[in-house]
Write a protein that binds this ligand. Structure first.
Ligand SMILES: CC(C)(COP(=O)(O)OP(=O)(O)OC[C@H]1O[C@@H](n2cnc3c(N)ncnc32)[C@H](O)[C@@H]1OP(=O)(O)O)[C@@H](O)C(=O)NCCC(=O)NCCS
Length: 188
């Protein structure tokens, strides 16, 4: 599909769309957090939060912020401190229903991973909700079921984590060792 896709940082004018998308996605499962809590997550780490536009429409967002390994935001509370941690917690990633299956979540995750690497995070964690564990596993996250989660995250919530891989860009390596297969085809 030929989509006019753009991933960018969140701006002030995006919040009505983000809040509406979050509410439409999670209201049924009682996981919706509301504007103040969502904004507080992004305020903690603007450099690791993004939206994706398809044409002129906001089609999805991702919020990630530093959190100690094994900890996660309280859905009922705004962030009060910014943690100093080498672990980046991907708190929420949503793609609007009309745009699912087009690879946008994968692109948002790739952008978060690039930002995490640039900021020298060592790991990315998340709490999988709503039966999305398979999606995250496919992207390299491993379940850590020993980490207990509160009921507020829903009955099938699972804490997951993955290491931030080393920079795959060829210029960081000895050119004589680069094989043809080391050059992934860029999608964007
Ligand atoms: C999960 C979500 C972000 C995926 O967005 P998307 O843009 O459709 O994902 P992509 O197009 O990048 O990837 C689609 C692939 O993921 C798979 N996938 C999507 N949702 C999945 C799920 N819940 N479980 C397992 N696999 C899933 C699709 O089958 C597809 O696989 P394929 O490429 O082999 O065909 C989207 O469905 C969503 O916003 N869901 C509601 C919010 C949510 O649950 N977010 C995660 C919170 S932790």
């Amino acid at each position: 599909m030929d989509l006019d896709v753009r991933i960018r940082h969140i701006t002030e004018g995006d919040w009505d769309d983000i809040v509406a998308l979050e509410a439409a996605t999670y209201a049924d499962g009682a996981l919706s957090e509301g504007r103040a809590a969502l904004r507080s997550r992004a305020r903690s780490s603007p450099a690791t939060c993004f939206v994706v536009d398809v044409g002129r429409q906001l089609a999805g967002y991702v919020l990630s912020l530093p959190y100690p390994v094994g900890q996660y935001p309280d859905l009922d509370r705004e962030e009060e401190v910014v943690f100093h941690s080498r672990n980046l917690h991907l708190h929420d990633l949503v793609v609007g229903e009309a745009h699912r299956g087009d690879g946008l979540a994968g692109e948002l995750l790739r952008r978060v991973t690039t930002a995490a690497r640039a900021k020298r995070y060592q790991r990315i964690s998340l709490v999988s909700v709503g039966g999305s564990e398979g999606f995250w596993s496919a992207h390299g996250f491993h379940a850590l079921r020993e980490i207990a989660l509160p009921a507020s995250y829903g009955p099938d919530a699972v804490y997951m984590s993955m290491p931030v891989a080393a920079d795959p860009r060829p210029h960081r390596r000895n050119p004589s060792t680069i094989r043809r297969a080391d050059h992934p085809r860029m999608t964007k």
